[in-house]
Design a protein around this ligand. Structure first.
Ligand code: SPV
Ligand code: MG
Length: 552
């Protein structure tokens, strides 16, 4: 529905129409947000915002530009203050064409001489002749294309001191010429003048008022005397001037903005008004090229089995472990963001309510206590159609490792470490081992010409030996890789649901490495990217201390 039609419907409605003045997209949005019916594109406000007098100093194009910007920013109609029409009837014809084309619902013309001066400025308030102004109304109504576009005629006789009879005579002539409504303007301190006009007008056409000087009047009183539209023309800009002056004065005086912080809008409110959140949603939908990558971080389990971390990880999931002022998850997100990966989904279970990092989505896994990590991963992966990184929740890594693995572009790629595998000594977590078709001999310093090698075996069937490779907990899946994961997970789930074999129980406790082993055994190619630095896992207190010493 056009905005002009919307405004027509408001006029057809019983209720009084409430309109507020604005001068830019932001103030128009605030008018809409406060629940008003329409925006008054105020000549006074726009002139003030440009720092010039409200006296036809700005051009029609200046006013039209602002009106259009406001119109685009809100879904309620714009009623544009067009002063005297920016010249004679020729200018009015041009003006109506332009304003209507811009989607403005109504224009308001006042019966003063060009150049006008704001109605509240004493002295020169010169009225045009009735015939000249009637000519402008006729021109305007003739120029409009749609029947819904409205032309409001503004009577300035009371402002200019020409009396009630003259005001009524003029209003009658303008209504006869086709004006859709009459704005009867008054600078009286009380409603009496307007009430007398309204009484003698006998509702011949809808009346519009601007209660700036008679601000005591209540909307119900205006309704009672048959006013159809009320325009609070300038209260918005006056509020912002006062508020900005107070805040700026205080910052200047105090030498800090601390004291006014609670009296000003939050940055979040600013972003809301910009439409930032909608933009972010759109970005996810429309900027998802084939290059889009989602990071999935399983972090549902507790770390209580590791004795040295028992006290530290009792109240928080390991992903929220504080590493010198930033959580582990935040440090992961920072590196991923640097690699242009913004869609990060962490699977939470144990103490999941404690997980909070801006921009990171939390996906709950309620079965984390009874099921293995692959189920956690699938909680997130099931909704993903793009490529995905899978990264263990207790793993830290650097930017280079992520860029390297991104360049591989295989379907399933694991980052595996070629340096000496940290053994299964004492309480340490068992390393997840991999055998590849490449050189396996560990070395401190290495240069791999081709650092991608196919998996020959993986998981618990690989015997621990010094020169085996260790899975880092960082894996990349292409779109096809994600599909392979989803398809096979669903297949195994079905198989185990039907079978009574002891393997059914192992499916429940299946970890990522077991799942990879099954994929490998079923013939899927899994590639390993050789790395020998750039990552660490935080499993024990020593690991934690080491991480804290790295991130100063
Ligand atoms: C405006 O807002 O520009 C008006 C209303 O024309 S008034 O300032 O009251 O004249
Ligand atoms: Mg004005």
């Amino acid at each position: 529905m056009s905005k002009a039609k919307k405004l027509r419907e408001l006029f057809a409605n019983e209720k009084i129409i409430r309109v507020v003045g604005a001068h830019n997209a932001l103030s128009a949005k605030l008018v809409e947000g406060a629940g008003f019916d329409a925006v008054w594109s105020s000549g006074l406000e726009i002139s003030t915002s440009f720092g010039v007098p409200d006296a036809n100093i700005l051009t029609m194009t200046d006013f039209l530009n602002v009106s259009s910007i406001m119109n685009e920013a809100v879904s309620i109609p714009i009623v544009a203050d067009c002063d005297t029409g920016f010249g004679n009837s020729n200018n009015v014809i041009h003006m109506v064409k332009k304003y209507e084309a811009a989607g403005i619902a109504a224009v308001c013309l006042e019966d003063k001489y060009f150049p006008k001066v704001n109605s509240f400025i004493p002295g020169r308030q010169e009225l045009a002749s009735i015939s000249e102004f009637v000519g402008k109304i006729l021109a305007a109504k003739n120029a409009q294309l749609s029947k819904d576009f409205m032309v409001i005629a503004r009577v300035e006789a009371l402002i200019a001191g020409w009396g009630m009879d003259e005001a009524l005579r003029r209003a009658g002539a303008y209504a006869d010429a086709g004006a859709d409504a009459i704005l009867i303007h008054s600078k009286s301190k009380t409603i009496d003048e307007i009430a007398e006009f309204a009484k003698r007008w006998k509702n011949m056409s809808p009346l519009v008022v601007v209660p700036t000087t008679y601000c005591d009047v209540h909307i119900d009183d205006l309704s009672r005397i048959n006013i159809k539209m009320v325009i609070y023309a300038n209260q918005g800009i006056r509020a912002s001037i006062k508020s900005m002056q107070e805040v700026l004065g205080r910052i200047h005086k105090d030498g800090t903005s601390r004291n006014i912080e609670n009296h000003i809008s939050t940055m979040e409110e600013v972003f809301c008004l910009q439409g930032m959140h909608k933009m972010k949603e759109d970005e996810l939908v429309y900027s998802s090229t084939s290059d889009k990558i989602v990071a999935v971080i399983p972090a549902a389990g507790d770390h209580l089995e590791e004795y040295s971390m028992k006290d530290i990880s009792k109240d928080i999931p390991i992903t929220m472990l504080d590493i010198n002022g930033k959580s582990l998850l935040q440090r992961q997100a920072d590196i991923l963001n640097r690699s242009k990966i913004y869609d990060i989904r962490v699977i939470g279970g144990y103490k999941k309510e404690k997980i909070s990092v801006e921009g990171v989505k939390i996906i709950p896994n309620l079965e984390y206590e009874t099921r293995g990590m692959i189920h956690s991963i699938m909680c997130a992966l099931k909704d993903i159609k793009d490529s995905a990184f899978i990264i263990y929740g207790d793993t830290l890594f650097d930017y280079l490792l992520i860029s390297k693995i991104l360049n591989t572009r295989r379907d399933i790629t694991l980052a595996v470490d070629t340096s000496n595998v940290i053994g299964d000594a004492g309480t340490g977590k068992k390393p997840e081992l991999v055998l590849t078709d490449g050189p396996v001999k560990s070395r401190r310093r290495s240069l791999h010409q081709d650092s991608l090698h196919a998996v020959k075996d993986i998981g618990s069937s690989v015997k621990y030996a010094k020169d085996n490779l260790q899975f880092t907990g960082i894996m990349f899946l292409s779109q096809k890789g994600v599909e392979i994961f989803k398809k096979n997970y669903a297949k195994y789930e079905k198989e185990y649901a039907r079978s009574k074999s002891p393997e059914a129980g192992t499916f429940c406790r299946m970890n990522l490495i077991d799942f990879l082993k099954k994929l490998h055994d079923s013939g899927y190619g899994i590639d390993c990217l050789y790395v020998n630095s750039g990552w660490m896992e935080i499993h024990s207190l020593d690991d934690y201390k080491l991480a804290c010493s790295i991130f100063k």
